[in-house]
Design a protein around this ligand. Sequence first.
Ligand SMILES: [Zn+2]
Ligand SMILES: [Zn+2]
Length: 341
Amino acid sequence: MKDPYKVLGVDRNASKDKIQKAYRAQARKYHPDANKEEDATEKFKEVTAAYEILNDDRKKAEYDRFGNVGGYSTTGHRKPFTSPVDDFFSSMFGAGAVRQARGEDIMIVQEVDLMDVLRGGDADIKYDVNELCKSCNGTGGEEDACSHCGGSGSKIIHGQAMTVKTACPACEGTGKSISKACADCDRGVSGTVEQEVNFKIPQGVEDGMRFALKGMGHPCADGITGNLYVVISIKKHDLFDRLPQGNLLCRVPVTYTQLVFGCEMDVPTLDGKVNFKIPEGTQSGTKFRLKGLGLPVFNKGGGIYNTGDELIQVDLEVPTNISEEHRSILKNLAAIEQGEK
Ligand SMILES: [Zn+2]
Ligand SMILES: [Zn+2]
């Protein structure tokens, strides 16, 4: 931006009166009605924009301090809360000028059991959100343009290699500050109110997945309501361990003779018991696959990819407390095993 002092031809200590006089003289000189020269209109706009700064105590102070003023543009047309630098940066990065105020996000951990993962489910989530103060409409008091950034919401940091624009730390980019705090609240919040939302638990959902419910967070005066983030925590199941790709593992204890002779038994699945046959001569730790009896696999695009399998792992359980009869049979067995060596 052009130096408004130079544009009006006054020095930095010029009085208000002197600034006004200088403006009138310049404005008369370049007024488009009087001056038909090609650049007169542009000059007139420059002079007017410079006067708008120097005639306004707040803007003048801001210019003196930061060398820039929000709302000032050398082309003369005023855009609230934008500066020529904003225009430059937004053309480069597509960034907006003043950041819109946004309510805080809320994060909630939702416990989900494997049955919900299998079939999908829903949970009524109750939580507290901020209640905006009715006295000040949630603004927190009388608002003024932030004195730190002059209402532009941003700060320009001039580095050696490049100039960087960041959100103003004083007003967090909103461009506003409270000049007189409201007596009925704490920064616009008068209390909390319970909110309830029905969350649809998707099939195949996994531990740690996070779902955003837009606009269900804390409200905000004159801005966007924050989001509610539901973070999934899968409850541990007594019988099943979750494996990747929708597979489930179920460990089934079996006896030595069941492994040696094979047997039929009922094994648990998430959908009830199924009859299962262990073949003769099975080794301890062997896994058997029950196709399609695992969990659905979550699909980001909606629905599920496919369904995993349940793995049955047969583990030999060694008896620790045995009867006399049992003991004598096992002794015979041991003798046979040793004699065979
Ligand atoms: Zn209030
Ligand atoms: Zn600020």
